[in-house]
Design a protein around this ligand. Structure first.
Ligand code: FAD
Length: 403
């Protein structure tokens, strides 16, 4: 193997490049990215980056140009890959054809939009640095803010707007925030974070129309109410960026379908990060995650496997994500499909751990302002810890905390 091509110049793609060099790959590496920016960190975009006192010049790039030079990587930025030819083992971007022996596809996901709002000033999704700059400028101007979708990104934007003292309404079609990620019971607990911080949270309501002229003026809801708005942030999820792979022969099904080693089934081609749907042996199911930690881990493993397929290792993981709402750090490990959820801790004080049981096993854990606990529960889930043991562990920790 002498030519590695990585598509997607963000977290998973950069991690693939870094890992290739770390393990001694001395062939050529080409990193193709659709955005003009050097690979940068996305989680801050909906958090500190939106603060009124945020450093306007803050650099979110993982590495500067010199740091990238050290990796001896050919950067092809601002030019989306448009075609993968699996027969010729070639990827086309900007009219140029890059031949590969090994390829890692890490094109991530794109924010889902609401039809009919394209081009309307004041309506934004939040996926890229450019999106975040536009949202921050609107907040700087004191926008009356309506957030559509009470998921991670929408809720973080609401937190940022409230920190500035702005009026914020969050519209969520489902009964609570984060239902798919943490279930309804704990979603209810997270609802309380919004209301306690002065955000007007409207669950079980959907958006009928976003109205205005050149710029947004109001949002009309299915319950008949109308919200005046200068800024609408649409946070209704993301779709994997696979359009460029249509007709390539890769299996696409809400992501690039891979086996448990992140292999696409096509010689030399592996996938990683938000775009990758793979078989997670630990939970015996196919998954596609949109979390920082797994994107980074997958980037590293996909390239190792791509460069040495005979020694390919499976990627099994206990999913992990975090999100910051107001002054609460929310962390979740595992999967949320539970027969029972047991909450341990100081519920009124907002510092709790919720354990998720499926059958007789611990399968998930949610921590609110319990940063030091969550990785312990991740380890318990990894070890398939019986429910009773996990519950004892949690209660014992709680007793120690209270002492
Ligand atoms: P991406 O970061 O989406 O990068 C994919 C790159 O590929 C993009 O630059 C894209 O432009 C490029 N691309 C797309 N198509 C092509 C093409 N055809 N050719 C070339 N390039 C292409 N996760 C957490 O765990 N905790 C958090 O608190 C958290 N906060 C977040 C906040 C925001 C605002 C966002 C957007 C995400 C957040 N995440 C968080 C998720 C985390 O950032 C993602 O899981 C991670 O960025 C995924 O990395 P990736 O490299 O797979 O994909």
């Amino acid at each position: 193997t002498s030519r590695l091509v990585v598509v997607g110049a963000s977290l998973a793609g950069l991690k693939a490049v870094e890992t290739a060099r770390k393990i001694g790959f001395d062939g050529t590496i080409t990193l193709i990215g659709a955005e003009d920016h050097l690979p940068y960190d996305r989680p801050p975009l909906s958090k500190a980056f939106l603060d009124a006192d945020a450093d306007q010049q803050a650099d979110l790039a993982y590495r500067d140009l010199d740091g990238l030079k050290e990796l001896d990587v050919e950067l092809v930025l601002g030019s989306p890959a448009t075609r993968l030819d699996v027969e010729r083992q070639a990827i086309t971007a900007d009219g140029t054809c890059f031949e590969y022996d090994a390829a890692v596809l890490a094109t991530g996901a794109q924010a889902r939009t609401l039809p009919g709002t394209e081009g309307m000033a004041g309506v934004h999704t939040l996926r890229t640095l450019d999106d975040a700059r536009a949202v921050r400028a609107a907040l700087d101007a004191g926008a009356r803010t309506v957030v559509i979708g009470a998921g991670f990104i929408g809720s973080e934007v609401a937190s940022g707007a409230r920190k500035r003292g702005l009026d914020v309404t969050v519209v969520e079609a489902l009964p609570t925030p984060l239902i798919r990620a943490i279930g309804e019971q704990m979603g209810e607990t997270c609802s309380a974070l919004h209301t306690a911080n002065g955000t007007d949270l409207r669950c079980g309501t959907s958006v009928e129309a976003i109205e205005g002229g050149v710029a947004v003026e109001r949002v009309r809801l299915s319950d008949g109410s109308v919200l005046a708005a200068d800024l609408v942030v649409v946070g209704v999820g993301a779709v994997p960026a696979t359009a460029w792979l249509e007709g390539s022969g890769l299996e696409l099904d809400n992501g690039i379908v891979c086996d448990n080693t992140l292999w696409t089934g096509v010689p030399g081609v592996y996938a990683a990060g938000d775009v990758c749907r793979w078989r997670n042996g630990l939970f015996d199911r196919s998954m596609r995650l949109e979390h920082w930690t797994s994107a980074s881990e997958q980037g590293a493993l996909a390239v190792r496997n791509a460069l040495d397929p005979d020694a390919a290792k499976p990627y099994s993981t206990v999913p992990y994500f975090w999100s910051d709402w107001y002054d609460t750090r929310i962390q979740f490990v595992g999967v949320p499909d539970a027969d029972e959820i047991d909450v341990v801790g100081d519920v009124a004080g907002g510092s709790v751990v919720a354990l998720y049981r499926s059958g007789d096993r611990l399968v998930g854990a949610l921590a609110l302002n319990r940063r030091s606990d969550i990785m312990k529960y991740r380890a318990l889930i990894l070890k398939a810890t019986p429910w009773a043991t996990a519950l004892d562990f949690a209660r014992e920790r709680e007793m120690k905390r209270q002492r």
